[in-house]
Design a protein around this ligand. Structure first.
Ligand code: BES
Ligand code: MN
Ligand code: ZN
Length: 497
């Protein structure tokens, strides 16, 4: 889909979208079309009971006289209550309405209705962002196309006075959307195609964007002493990998921001095997790693002035003759030992070594880890917020605010030493599970043991938000790419010079 930004003019083909506000008269182009169509637009508003609520529209075929084929008068709701996320959603819904409806071109008049809380260049760049996010499809494994033989939308023309500014704003949104799409591609790929080594190869592609990428093999991880991560990987025929990515968009930074992702390319549970029903979902157990890769692509794509490191631990959790057993004791890179009570609590074992390594190597100013870590967080927060655990109020506040601004929201959960006794083991430094109670919190307490020197740290449990079975305006069904918009916003807000 191509996006262009130009000054307003009546189009000669395709669909024409103009905006109006709740309780307001139609925009000038819509009013003139209404005239030509003998009042069909205003009659339509009444006949369809359109009250001008956010997202409501009148979508009419137009005669030859108007030049274009379809007029859409689209309401932004109460103009003083129309924000950036509303604009994105409007764009997403517009894409769904038009993508397979027979028009290949849409022209959107982004002139803001009277009293609009946001300016035309924001409206244009955010509607375009929403359209691009909504346009994501994962069709590479379909042998037949399914477009009902209709033309599909391929040209989006945004029209506004400040088109130069809009083009500039969209240039960066465009790269963020690319990052989201990269994360979605990784989530959607089947686990026979995407396994630790092939995932690492995908990461190498980021070099084209100027990201430094280093792959650590299983042999080298063994030398580094990553016994916890390798214990998870040992049941799989696929060797583990760790990938380190760095975007140095700002020179002279001594302490980069470090992002760490759980990359379990498939989680059978291991010997503590999961039930068959729905097990296919566990291909998205690499959602944390996907978010890190997508974020690196987004910030490199838009040349963010920040120094950010991404570290992902890639393993496949399988049962086999070589698999680790409940009762095994593994030694983490930190030296702490763990009694593996349940081989399905593997994510924290992967994160323990990835976080430790990242800290030793990079002396981070802050660490944020993302992981599809616990089913319990889905019980707590559903698919609305990611769970956030943090040892630092300032970092937690920054993430909260980036979440609200990006629409990828987090909800802070508690950390407390009182939960630690659930992790005591009689034979090792700790167990890898803390029992039924407070499952997401004991997982976070476990991870905290691998954060040193009070480094500001936040853990995002994204098990409930990494995948969606229900399409949303800017998120089709499937892999969400959760975390890319959130982290990109955090970096833009708080880590760019
Ligand atoms: N990958 C799962 C968590 C998960 C569940 C992610 C559902 C996405 C959707 C994780 O490795 C896991 O199996 N967690 C266990 C931990 C338990 C054994 C302590 C869980 O949540 O049941
Ligand atoms: Mn598991
Ligand atoms: Zn898992």
């Amino acid at each position: 889909m191509r996006f262009s930004f130009t000054t307003p003019s009546i189009p000669k083909a395709g669909a024409y979208v103009t905006l109006f506000g709740n309780g307001q008269t139609l925009s000038e182009p819509a009013a003139s079309a209404d005239n030509m169509l003998n009042g069909a637009v205003s009659r339509g508003l009444v006949a369809f009971g359109n009250t001008g609520k956010k997202g409501e529209c009148i979508d009419l075929p137009t005669g030859k006289d108007l030049g274009y084929q379809r007029l859409i008068a689209l309401s932004i709701g109460k103009p003083d209550d129309f924000d950036v996320l509303d604009a994105q959603n409007l764009g997403g819904e517009l894409f769904s309405r038009l993508s397979n409806s027979g028009v290949s071109q849409v022209t959107i008049d982004c002139t803001p209705p009277k009293g609009s809380a946001i300016a035309d260049e924001i409206i244009a760049s955010e509607i375009a962002f929403g359209m691009k996010l909504a346009s994501y499809r994962f069709n590479k494994y379909r042998s037949k196309e399914d477009n009902k033989g209709r033309a599909s939308l391929n040209s989006v023309r945004m029209q506004l006075k400040n088109n130069k500014e809009a083009r500039k704003l969209f240039a960066s949104n465009d790269k963020i959307a690319d990052g989201v799409h990269i994360a979605r591609d990784l989530l959607e790929e089947p686990p026979n195609i995407l396994y630790p080594e092939s995932f690492a190869s995908r990461c190498l592609e980021l070099r084209e964007l100027g990201v430094e990428v280093q792959v650590i093999t299983d042999k080298n991880m063994a030398k580094l002493g990553m016994g916890a991560l390798l214990g998870v990987a040992q049941g799989s025929a696929r060797p583990a990998r760790m990938v380190i990515m760095r975007w140095r968009g700002r020179k002279g930074v001594k302490q980069p921001l470090v992002l760490v992702g759980k990359g379990v390319t498939f989680d059978t549970g291991g010997i503590s095997i999961k039930p068959a029903g729905g097990m296919e979902d566990m291909k998205y157990d690499m959602g944390g790693a996907a978010a890190v890769v997508g974020t690196m692509a987004a910030i490199a794509g838009r040349k963010a002035k920040a120094d950010v490191v991404g570290v992902i631990g890639l393993v496949e959790n399988m049962p086999s003759a070589n698999a680790q057993r409940p009762g095994d004791i593994v030694k983490t890179m930190s030296g702490q030992t763990v009694e593996v009570i349940n081989t399905d609590a593997e994510g924290r074992l992967v994160l323990a070594d990835a976080i430790w390594h990242a800290q030793k190597k990079f002396n981070p100013s802050a660490i944020i880890d993302l992981a599809t870590l616990t089913g319990a967080i889905i019980i707590s927060l559903g698919s609305v917020h990611a769970g956030m655990f943090s040892n630092n109020d300032d970092l937690a506040q920054k993430l909260d605010s980036a979440g609200r601004a990006s629409g990828e929201t987090v909800w802070r959960m508690p950390l407390n030493n009182a939960y630690d006794k659930q992790l005591s083991s009689s034979v090792a430094d700790m167990k890898n599970v803390g029992g039924r109670e407070a499952g997401s919190i004991t997982a976070a307490q476990f991870i905290q043991r691998f954060v040193t020197n009070n480094t500001p740290w936040a853990h995002l449990d994204i098990a409930g938000v990494a995948w969606t079975n229900q399409a949303k305006p800017t998120t089709p069904k499937g892999g969400v790419g959760f975390g890319v918009r959130l982290l990109d916003r955090l970096i833009a807000q708080d880590y760019e010079s």
